[in-house]
Ligand binder design. Structure first.
Ligand SMILES: Cc1cc2nc3c(=O)[nH]c(=O)nc-3n(C[C@H](O)[C@H](O)[C@H](O)COP(=O)(O)OP(=O)(O)OC[C@H]3O[C@@H](n4cnc5c(N)ncnc54)[C@H](O)[C@@H]3O)c2cc1C
Length: 416
């Protein structure tokens, strides 16, 4: 089928099938109180997959469509006009699935990719811990070898969409006698297994975007190791690369990137005569366009087998900065309306007619904006990565690089 025809069919399908809901981030943060949002999102995802629009460039042998970047871009261009309820799948589609495609065994890919793409199973990413956020290699969650597999004990935090997840990609320590980066292993974990406790954490938006997770003697079968035992850091780097690329390119975020409500408020203000406002709107447009082109280039290079490496961190940093620029601009344009709305949604807020239930859609989007500077790695960490690996500036001193993990203070094992 030629590209124009593909695009026309995609548009027709989207018009007929995208549900008319104001908030594409279905299920994000409602926790148990929002099962309807997740159920509807799953129903939509199944239809999207069956129509051939989920996993467009993923290998056909594992359940993808096996098409090219050209089709993916054509679909994304059409989807950008809609708000797709795909947020709850963003971790699976953007990080866990691509990691399994890259590093999983054939049995893992056969078992997991298709249900992931069809929205039958929701995935989360279990890396960060209370004492291991930016320094994720310092994590303390332990996986101990046992008959036929591993037993996991420990705690994770910041785990997006875990309250809805069926599977997780877990990073755990399997060896404390080697330096911190070398004693890690990646696992697929069943989030419904005995011993897994998920507690949603409410953030300043009033919703629970992420969770804390407790593992108490959770059994993981041996075949759920991803990559090699002890090679978890390299596996995690693969996941983090996909994470940064997917965040910066908006994979699974619902079509209109990051902040759809703030974007809409800006669009409505675009006919202003104020030259200063117009100047900032043009700057927003230019920065958005430049980032989109940068992402397109990275995606094309990735498909061509050229590893984008640390430039993925640059793209993620640019998006975090752009999101805050957009939030500041939206706030100055909306004035008090950015933070005031009526609970019944009838009105006062700028999105009272079209925002989230109960109004306050813009306020929610604004409160969410700073999270972009943390999730997927903080701006400071992104700058460190870019300075060392893209600009070749001198690296930070790393005194713990060659010290066995059990001798580090962060190990929780031996005070130094
Ligand atoms: C909305 C959201 C969703 C997330 N989802 C997930 C998820 O699904 N799964 C997951 O595993 N994690 C997730 N995270 C965690 C995220 O990826 C970051 O790793 C984490 O927020 C950073 O760790 P921390 O908050 O413990 O900060 P810390 O690491 O304690 O850092 C505190 C401050 O110190 C700065 N800092 C730390 N080290 C350095 C350094 N070497 N140089 C300069 N500055 C430094 C940081 O930039 C930060 O400002 C999420 C975070 C957010 C906000």
């Amino acid at each position: 089928m030629d590209l124009e025809e593909y695009r026309r069919r995609a548009r027709t399908w989207l018009e007929a099938n995208v549900p008319d809901v104001p908030d594409g981030r279905a299920g994000q943060g409602g926790g148990a109180a929002d099962p309807g949002g997740v159920a509807a999102a799953k129903e939509f995802m199944a239809k999207l997959y069956d129509a051939g629009y989920s996993g467009i460039t993923w290998p056909a042998e594992w359940g993808g469509q096996g098409l090219t970047q050209a089709e993916e871009r054509a679909f994304a261009a059409e989807a950008a006009a809609f708000t797709l309820p795909t947020y709850v799948f963003s971790i699976g589609l953007g990080m866990c699935g691509p990691t399994l495609v890259d590093l999983g065994t054939d049995a893992q890919r056969r078992r997991h990719i298709r249900p992931l793409l069809r929205g039958e199973e929701i995935w989360c990413q279990l890396f960060s811990e209370p004492a291991a956020g930016s320094d994720v290699a310092a994590l303390q969650t332990r996986a101990t070898a046992t008959d036929g597999g591993w037993v996991v004990d420990g705690q994770k935090v910041w785990t997006s969409v875990a309250q809805h997840a069926d599977r997780g990609l877990l990073l755990a320590r399997t060896d404390v006698d080697v330096p911190k980066h070398r004693g890690l292993t990646m696992f697929i974990v069943d989030m419904h297994a005995p011993g897994v406790t998920v507690r949603p954490l409410r953030d300043m938006t009033g919703r629970a975007h992420f969770n804390e997770i407790f593992f108490d003697g959770v059994h993981i079968p041996a075949e759920n190791v991803v990559g090699r035992v002890g090679d978890g850091w390299n596996c995690a780097v693969t996941t983090l690369l996909h994470e940064r690329l997917s965040i910066s390119s908006g994979v699974g975020m619902g079509g209109q990137k990051d902040n759809p409500v703030a974007f809409e408020a800006l669009r409505r203000s675009a006919d202003t005569a104020d030259p200063v406002v117009r100047d900032r709107l043009v700057e927003l447009h230019i920065r958005s366009r430049a980032l989109a082109l940068f992402n397109q280039r990275l995606a094309q290079e990735t498909k061509a087998g050229i590893f984008p490496g640390a430039r993925g961190s640059a793209a993620k940093l640019l998006l975090a900065e752009l999101t805050m620029f957009q939030a500041d601009l939206a706030t100055s344009l909306a004035g008090p309306e950015a933070v005031a709305w009526s609970e019944d949604g009838t009105g006062d807020g700028p999105e009272g007619d079209a925002g989230t239930a109960g109004g306050g859609g813009l306020a929610h989007a604004l409160a969410l904006a700073p999270a972009m500077a943390l999730g997927g790695g903080t701006n400071e960490i992104m700058r460190n990565i870019v300075s060392e690996r893209v600009l070749n500036l001198p690296p930070e001193p790393r005194t713990d690089k060659n010290v066995p993990f059990k001798e580090l203070r962060t190990s929780g094992e031996a005070p130094r």
